[in-house]
Design a protein around this ligand. Structure first.
Ligand SMILES: [Zn+2]
Length: 58
C-alpha cells in the first residue's frame, strides 16, 4: 500500500517548488555527494555542494 511509495521515494526525491529531481544514485564525480537534476533553463545535473555542473545531451 503505502510501502510502494516509500520505496520509490527512496530512489529519488522531487522538490515541486523548484522542479528539482534529486536522484540518490547520481553522485558528483568531484566531491561524491548526491547531485540534483534541473530541467530549466537547460537539462543538467548540479551539485549543490561544490557547484559541479554536468549538462545533459538531448
Ligand atoms: Zn560536488
Amino acid at each position: 500500500m503505502a510501502g510502494e511509495k516509500r520505496f520509490r521515494s527512496a530512489l529519488y526525491e522531487i522538490d515541486y517548488k523548484t522542479g528539482t529531481i534529486r536522484l540518490k544514485n547520481k553522485v558528483c564525480p568531484r566531491c561524491g555527494r548526491v547531485m540534483a537534476f534541473h530541467k530549466q533553463p537547460v537539462p543538467r545535473w548540479h551539485c549543490g555542494y561544490c557547484g559541479y555542473v554536468e549538462y545533459v545531451r538531448q
